[in-house]
Design a protein around this ligand. Sequence first.
Ligand code: ZN
Length: 335
Amino acid sequence: MRPEALLCSTPAGLYSPAGDFYIDPVRPVDRALITHGHSDHARSGHAKVMATRQTLDIMALRYGAGFAGQTQAAELGQTTEINGVSVSFHPAGHVLGSAQIAVEKEGMRIVASGDYKRRPDPTCLGFEPVACDVFITEATFALPVFRHPDSRDEIAKLLKSVEQFPERSHLVGAYALGKAQRVIRMLRDAGYDQTIYIHGALAKLCDYYQSQGIHLGKLAPATVENGSSDFRGAIIVGPPSAFLDRWARRFPDPVSCFASGWMRIRQRARQQGVELPIILSDHCDWDELTQTIGDLGPKQVWVTHGREEALVRWCDLNHIAARPLHLVGYEDEGD
Ligand SMILES: [Zn+2]
């Protein structure tokens, strides 16, 4: 079977002509397979949704129980037939519940990896390489300039600053799904046992992570009414959007921190008024992308959402057939 008959790009997203389903469609469709809960991949309004149990739970938390007509939970590693196409889900290492989706028919296997990363993350299962003929990779940080530093060193930078400035609060911007819980969990792993204050927008997802066995320690709402704390010396975690509104002004002389892969770009950190950039990404950096393609050795690589050209060029130089997919509508909320 030609790969394009198994999966191809359409205005609504990645579509399987053979199986009549979409992967992470950007418009409402009859049947959607969803890789993970970030809002650009997981949208409400599809008739049927298949995803891991955790991704379905996260979608219900974010959109309400009626986010789809019907849902089907995918067990990791198990194969399901959809209109004669074999479909299986495998850990992607991106956020809790995230999965790559492998589709196979007549000896042709394509893996749509969604968003993924290779380095360890204490809040989700690690990326599992799946041999395939065609590997579809994201390209969020697909430039050689993007080399993410050791994640633990970045968390150590935050803790050192907390120690140096005990009279100031540390306001950490982190995306609500995945990044926020990863920052909190890594602070715990580094030995920080004080209460961590969270913005209301993180509460349901943090509760959900805890219900799934990801222990986040003592959390409390970052509200002034909540008690005696004036937040001096405290760590407060909130979504990046909250930093622009009045919510952020209640904290004493805050050190503004932002946990993102984009913090590699100093100018970007400065423009956003970030005093302490924390380079922590839920996506592969350049080395992880090229290492993954090297490990899998697919016959073809299809590149999507991000800096497609550089990775396509790298594949060309390494004699791997590659092309950009030109899918639209993906701007990851969890970089
Ligand atoms: Zn994502």
